[in-house]
Design a protein around this ligand. Structure first.
Ligand code: BES
Ligand code: ZN
Length: 975
């Protein structure tokens, strides 16, 4: 129903590093100082206490770098009946400095035995020496105490036997279940480790910098198969009729990318041009839905290998649809795991937007095989180097492999979505400090993903596609099998190395091949690093204010703030010290040329060769900035749109609609002016532009409708149905046309039916009855399926029938559509029933609970119900969604301390909190939400999401206060 999307802090930069730019002082602190064993003996009071009451010799969250892992031999035997696993490992480590202990991560594992062998012991086959194991659950660490000091520069082998239950949630090594066509429930076991959950499955050095090789063995029953990162080398039969699969040794990689699955799935396979075997796995009854994913992954793998000029390094790539999955997908090297809706395409029930989403997710996870797996960020503060790049590469690869999906036209929305968040004061810089697992989790958010992708796209536009591509290939080649930080990227992008430097296998370093990191742009020197740190170390988005005075354009940059007006006292302080280096582009009425200007000061002036009747900045919306035209600028653009909108490129028209409504929220443009700008939409031929305009009108409708302001609701409804009547009437209830034709059909018919447009309701009702009569066999156009179901869900019989079908359907795409439809019911008791089913987790899986609550909260008849439920059942929700590991919940821990073990669930919780509150727009609601958040703080929970939500509600209140009467009056003259 809703594709969940996603967020960190201290760096590993050595030394005390402060940004050179005049930004909010972001000082990236040095790696923690590491206590030595001497310190430990001198000042024991400074150290924490392990579970057995002894002193734990390490006090930092990050591991010491004295002992580093080289190779893991991992043996796992899960039992899918008793739902637990026994396991053992041998970790080969290198001791860099003499030490008396080894610290590594372990979370919720029962360690039965740990021994140590030196190289000599191994050579002479001497038995291992027993190690004392101390445990410090608050930091998810264990300490292995050695009887004699380990010597510097020697290798040792640490052997550990351990066991645990398969986890209940969606992290670590967990169980997942599915129902077969025959109604049987089957269990599989699957891993999901990013960012900090490998430690739930095996004791390890669970930080991205500790790359090592992994050799994995899995014991299983013969009715199952086992999959892991590498292909299986052999299977041996062991006692009790069990089989043991041995997998090849992996390349050097971080722990969060390790994966293994024991299941009974079927697959389809193909071979990429380079010979890599690609397979898509799903539960047996869903096998027929795997074909599109195979086609897409083969095409995309071919694309990336050519584009990066780097072969995918493993012999195989598996993509697996997991029935219970927390996020959308996970890029484990060679064994990518997906939520079913992100991988399985069912021609009968998957819509065109489902197809776009599947293609996007595959493109994203495949891009990670290079950006993230081959080259990994040093620490989670720079997760954007993984996620921003993977999101950016979606654009490049999907455009190239599936031009018919016209994905390029959708990318602007990626930037628009994050602008909403980044223009609030509660936003954060792309690179941000994160230490605890919760802070690390929080980094997987729109800023890392979407702003990351948008500033990369802006940089590509600035440098040219060729130079940008050369730079990123340089970065990937130079840091392969290693870790990188922001500066490494900027250096690679600054160096103009020749193609031959790479193909000859040599690295191109800045000092050897180029003289400096400076790029000359329009005769000016531009330092890429200096420019880009204004985008990565500084939160927020700039507003470029343009004022035309004769042939001069006066430019000014400010920090754009949504919901804070220039006349507010806080506006001034919130502007202080913000400055971006902005690569501006603009077009004017006098030529077709795209002009460029690099704005790196607060104000600047541009002299045009001649007077122009209009000027439009941010060509094709490639820049991450909003533009305001002072004086007559907006009027000139409105006139232009009305007279001949095609003089502006479609993306420029979309950009104008977006910026105008953003400026309304910032109190810089009146709502009637922005609405006047949309009047040309009746003649708009670009579907994405039309959809952008409609999106705002629909948003206003929902806001007003929720507040029960019936006169405006009625008039706005009337306006939309009247104004867009020609295009609504043109829509067929089929799957014909281009991707955008189909998207428009889905949006328009959904809106028309939602607004009770009689012909729409009649047609949907008729199709629904036919579908019921055919016992769910009738094929309905996939793009209108959700609409037909939603109209059908408005009667009790229809709703009940849909719920029954929900339980039976084997298509995740269809189930999402049905669940959405069920959530649009106007009956509270039906909505409550859905919540109960979601809490129970049988018919409606727990993985869908957050999206369900979000959907119910969007329904005006469900908003209060969903919010009340969240408030009243908070502890219950917390228990369900946050996997506290048993050890972390020991009574010796305070709740605050145990928050270190508060992992993925925080993501679902964030979605639930924002999903059920961010639409609120009254002071009473704000007060209520504040009180609730206060009560949670007393429990020791402090999620950053609280700040975002409170700011969003205040912004909504402000919007209504300022614009309600303008909207009312504008409608009166417009209908
Ligand atoms: N690496 C992430 C998965 C992940 C997300 C791990 C959050 C830890 C926390 C994966 O590559 C990803 O980004 N998945 C996205 C889908 C993508 C197409 C945006 C997701 O799960 O939403
Ligand atoms: Zn990702």
């Amino acid at each position: 129903m809703v594709n969940s999307c996603r967020k960190l802090n201290c760096n590993i930069y050595i030394g005390f590093y402060c940004s050179a730019i005049i930004l909010p002082l972001i000082c990236i602190c040095s790696q923690f100082s590491q206590p030595t064993i001497d310190q430990f003996t001198k000042d024991p009071g400074a150290f924490p206490v392990a579970t057995n009451g002894e002193l734990f010799p390490w006090r930092e969250l990050r591991l010491p770098t004295v002992v580093i892992p080289l190779h893991y031999d991992l043996f796992i035997h899960p039992n899918l009946t008793s739902l637990d696993f026994v396991a053992s490992e041998k970790i080969e480590v290198l001791v860099r400095d003499a030490t008396q202990f080894i610290i590594l991560h372990s979370n919720g594992l029962e360690i039965m035995n740990a021994t140590l062998q030196s190289e000599e012991d191994l050579r002479y086959r001497k038995p291992g020496k027993k190690l004392t194991v101390l445990s410090y659950p608050a930091h998810q660490q264990i300490a292995l105490l050695v009887p004699e000091k380990l010597r510097a520069d020697l290798r040792y082998s640490v052997a550990i036997d351990f066991q645990a239950k398969l986890a209940d949630g969606f992290e670590g090594f967990y169980k997942s279940t599915y129902r077969t066509l025959g109604g049987e429930t089957r269990t599989i076991a699957v891993t999901d480790f990013e960012p900090t959950e490998a430690r739930m499955a095996f004791p390890c050095f669970d930080e991205p910098l500790f790359k090592a090789n992994f050799s994995i063995k899995i014991r299983r029953e013969s009715r199952h198969i086992a999959l892991s990162n590498m292909p299986k080398i052999k299977t041996v039969e062991v006692d009790g009729g069990l089989l043991e699969d041995h997998f090849g040794t992996t390349v050097k990689m971080s722990t969060y990318l390790v994966a293994y699955i024991v299941c009974d799935f079927n697959s389809v396979s193909g071979t990429a041009s380079s010979g890599v075997k690609v397979s898509v796995y799903a539960s047996p009854d869903k096998w027929s839905q795997t074909h599109y994913a195979l086609e897409a992954s083969l095409k995309l793998l071919d694309f990336y290998e050519k584009y990066f000029d780097i072969q995918y390094p493993l012999p195989k790539l598996d993509l697996v649809a997991i029935p219970d999955f927390a996020s959308g997908a996970m890029e484990n090297w060679g064994l990518i795991t997906y939520r079913e809706t992100s991988l399985l395409f069912d021609p009968k029930t998957s819509s065109t937007s489902d197809k776009l989403w599947i293609t996007e997710v595959i493109a994203h996870e495949l891009a990670h095989q290079w950006f993230g797996n081959l080259v990994t960020m040093e620490w989670w503060n720079d997760i954007w180097l993984n996620e921003g790049f993977a999101t950016y590469m979606e654009l490049i690869s999907v455009n190239a492999t599936y031009p018919e999906l016209q994905f390029d036209d959708d990318f602007m929305n990626t930037c628009f979505e994050v602008i909403k968040k980044d223009s609030l004061n509660s936003s954060h810089p792309i690179s941000n400090q994160a230490e605890t697992p919760t802070q690390i989790q929080e980094m997987f958010d729109a800023v890392s993903y979407k702003k990351g992708a948008c500033i990369l796209n802006m940089l590509k536009d600035f440098l040219s596609e060729g130079k940008f591509k050369t730079g990123i290939i340089h970065y990937l080649k130079k840091f392969s099998y290693r870790n990188a930080k922001n500066d490494d990227l900027w250096n690679s992008l600054s160096n103009s190395c020749l193609e031959s430097d790479f193909t000859s296998g040599g690295f191109c370093y800045s000092d050897s091949k180029t003289t400096s990191n400076t790029l000359t742009f329009l005769g000016e020197n531009v330092e890429i690093k200096e420019m880009m740190t204004t985008w990565t170390l500084q939160k927020g988005i700039p507003l470029v204010v343009v004022k035309q005075e004769g042939r001069s354009l006066r430019l000014r940059q400010e920090r754009f703030l949504n919901g804070v007006f220039r006349e507010d006292p806080e506006w001034g302080p919130l502007q202080e010290r913000y400055l971006w280096h902005i690569p501006l582009t603009y077009a004017t009425s006098s030529s077709n040329e795209i002009h460029k200007h690099f704005l790196k000061s607060k104000t600047d002036t541009l002299d045009l060769p001649e007077t122009t009747s209009w000027v439009k900045f941010n060509v094709d919306s490639n820049g991450y900035y909003i533009v305001h035209y002072e004086g007559h600028g907006w009027d000139q653009l409105i006139t232009l749109l009305n007279q001949n909108h095609t003089l502006l490129r479609p993306k420029d028209r979309i950009g104008l609609i977006h910026d105008a409504f953003q400026l309304v929220s910032a109190g810089r443009l009146t709502l009637d002016k922005a609405l006047d700008l949309t009047r040309y939409l009746q003649r708009e031929t670009s579907i994405p532009a039309l959809l952008k305009g409609l999106e705002y009108l629909e948003l206003f409708y929902h806001t007003i409708d929720r507040r029960n302001i019936s006169d405006i609701t009625e008039n706005l409804k009337h306006y939309i149905l009247q104004y867009f009547k020609p295009v609504i009437d043109m829509q067929s209830w089929s799957d014909e046309g281009s991707v955008w034709d189909r998207m428009l059909r889905s949006v328009l018919l959904k809106l028309a039916c939602y607004l009770n447009h009689t012909p729409c309701i009649q047609k949907a009702t008729e199709l629904f009855s036919q579908w019921v009569e055919s016992s769910g066999k009738l094929n309905i156009s996939t793009d209108v399926l959700k609409i037909v179901y939603s109209v059908g869900a408005q009667t009790t019989a229809g709703w009940n029938y849909l719920l029954e079908q929900y339980g039976l359907s084997l298509s995740a795409a269809e189930k999402n559509k049905i669940l959405y439809a069920l959530s649009t019911s106007k009956h509270q008791e039906k909505l409550m029933k859905l919540i109960e089913l979601g809490m129970e987790g049988k018919i409606i899986k727990t993985q869908d609970l957050a999206a369900l609550l979000h959907a119910i909260a969007r329904n005006p008849k469900g908003q209060q119900l969903a919010w009340n439920f969240v408030k009243e059942n908070w502890t219950h929700l917390l228990k369900k969604l946050v996997s506290f590991t048993s050890s972390v919940c020991s009574f010796t821990q305070t709740l605050l301390e145990s928050l270190v073990g508060f992992d993925l669930g925080s993501f679902a919780l964030r979605m639930i909190i924002s999903g059920t509150t961010s639409h609120f727009s009254s002071k009473d609601e704000l007060q209520e939400v504040k009180l609730f958040f206060e009560s949670l703080k007393d429990q020791g929970i402090d999620l950053e999401i609280f700040q975002i939500v409170l700011e969003t509600i205040s912004k909504n209140i402000r919007w209504l206060e300022k614009n309600l009467s303008t909207l009312r009056n504008w409608l009166l003259i417009s209908i």
